[in-house]
Design a protein around this ligand. Structure first.
Ligand SMILES: [Zn+2]
Length: 167
């Protein structure tokens, strides 16, 4: 969460809300008086590097993930501040992962669709079972009405000898 409340650092500088416009990934913690990177906090993990080609090209930038960046004086410096973080492999990878995540269907919708598929398969089974049981009841009624046994006189292993065939 990014709640801004101006705090002056030791250098007399503070986080500038205008930075949000230029660096859309930026988030600010008033409690820690530090800046973080939203995509990196969510998607920069060692496992995500493995998918990117096996060997991590650089490690997650902890300053923007857990420690927080608060060198406000250097914030806009190309080789030390936000621009530097933007150029790191881990950041670009995290931003791409975040973009893909946002393009996917929302999780509740995925769960609903999965639920629908499961229900459909279940409903098919229920209908099939009801149909089979319905046929069996019809057969039993017919045999009862005609006063016929289920099986013939031969009680051997051949199931096809009676009126009721197991086929
Ligand atoms: Zn980042």
């Amino acid at each position: 969460m990014c709640f801004f409340r101006e705090k002056k650092g030791k250098s007399g500088r503070s986080f500038q809300p205008s930075w949000y416009t230029r660096f859309r990934w930026l988030e600010y913690s008033a409690a820690k008086d530090a800046a973080f990177c939203f995509p990196c906090r969510l998607f920069a993990s060692s496992s995500s590097y493995a998918r990117g080609g096996g060997v991590p090209r650089d490690t997650p930038d902890e300053a923007y993930i857990s420690k927080g960046f608060n060198s406000w004086k250097k914030a806009l410096e190309k080789k030390k501040g936000f621009p530097k973080h933007e150029e790191t492999f881990c950041h670009r990878h995290a931003v791409e992962a975040y973009r893909k995540f946002m393009q996917e269907k929302p999780l509740p919708q995925q769960v609903d669709e999965h639920h629908d598929r499961v229900m459909t398969a279940k409903q098919v089974a229920v209908v099939r079972n009801r149909t089979t049981v319905g046929h069996l009841f019809s057969l039993v009624r017919l045999l009862a009405r005609l006063n016929l046994p289920f099986r013939g006189h031969d009680e051997g292993w051949n199931l096809a000898t009676g009126v009721f065939s197991a086929r």
